[in-house]
Design a protein around this ligand. Sequence first.
Ligand code: ZN
Length: 505
Amino acid sequence: MILAGGRIRTLGRAGLNPQSHLAIAGGKVIACGGREVMSLRGPRTRVVDLNGSAVLPGFNDAHAHVVYYGLTRFAADLTGVRGIDEILDRLREHSTGLKAGDWQQGMGYRTDELTERRQPHRTELDRVTGERPAFIDERGGHARVANSAALAAAGIKTDTPNPPGGRIGRDLNRAPNGLLLESAMRLVADVQPAPALERRIEGVLKAQDLLVSRGITSVAAAVNRGFADDLRAYERLACEGRLKVRVNEFLSWELLEAATSIGVRAGFGGSMVRAGPIKVFVDGGAERVAMRSGGGVWRITREDLRELVARASAAGLQVAAHAIGDAAIEAMCDAVEAAGAIDLRHRVEHCTICPPDLQARLARLGMVAVMQPMAARFGRVASTIFFPVRDRKDLAPHRGLMRAGVPVAFSSDLPVTPDPSPWPGIRVAVEDQVNGISLLAALRAYTSGGAYASFEETIKGTLEPGLLADLQVYRGDPLEGANVNWEELRPRAVLLGGTRVFGSL
Ligand SMILES: [Zn+2]
């Protein structure tokens, strides 16, 4: 296939300078340049006239909860609710589709969007759920509320102690009120029936439809728990030719032992599905991030983190550490330094509050910062509430990290950000008054940045010859247009390895 007469930005050596023609064969780009590319035309070559349309490499979303997002599509949708009554209404409506014995789940509310400004109480949930166990998730993934039946199923009572790295919400008389923070969520999650493989596969299908429609051709699939079935779901879809997005699957820290003993190493797998980094949580979310100035929740001790990174590194496995606050990032740097593993590209997920001394350490230790550019906007508004940051420059410091030489990969953290479209985040990163970066740097963080993070920069991430023909085609050229609505910008076609997986050419 030859794409002709377009504005093709490879994001490789030519940066943002557009080329007009691109030739694809065997799933890869074989040439990109001007009219001379037409000389490669053979008798069976399809030539697509782009009519001035822009082409970019497919986006790489370096941190998105693919299966979790998919599974929430089967739960009560609580996005956008403005009060506890509305949560109860939606649960009531959703329960009509449940069978006897099913647990009820709901997902997507945020306490700061509720008029009550508090989590619902278990007894409020009980009013609509009755005896059926119910467990609802706050958007953000660090707090959940269980009803009385779900608490009982987990055996959580007044005298149940808080688990390490978590907290059980309580009434004044110490009775559990249903709220479970950070690792305490696991007390109930562990007794909840795990979704079957078939349901996970359905979830992946729902998630991938959304991802490819946003121009995303590669995703690092983040997890919070260890389900070997997730990897199986991707593998099954890949074998059946139904997987439309390349997946680098995180393995929960609970799978470290298993991965090590069967010899999984960083980069294990093929170009469609690979088993990626070991995911571990260092601190909490929102107001529970671990700061040097104190406070926050530690979901793992510094000693345990050091041991985990050492064991993973010795086995040749990369680690992806959830670390938002500066103390958590520092602990991960300490662990990587102690392990002496600078070639494994150990990742800091979020890396939200990262002052210059830590930026320099990340660079020295060969680490990758996997960030959500939307956090720059959210963070600057919310930082006064959530993050005790003294210096605003330390918050979402994209520019500082890049200048220090830290590879940065961008991501959505779907469903924390309910729409994974990279464009709003790219605009935020470029227009950020404090730590703004160039458009080229932002686009690279959302393409080759993710490829580097998964050791795949030599096979994808730009449209240089020899790389996979994962690309997206736009209507017209959004990078030149004056009145582009970045929130609504969508590709009109997406190719994966030269094959159309979305829209039409
Ligand atoms: Zn996440």
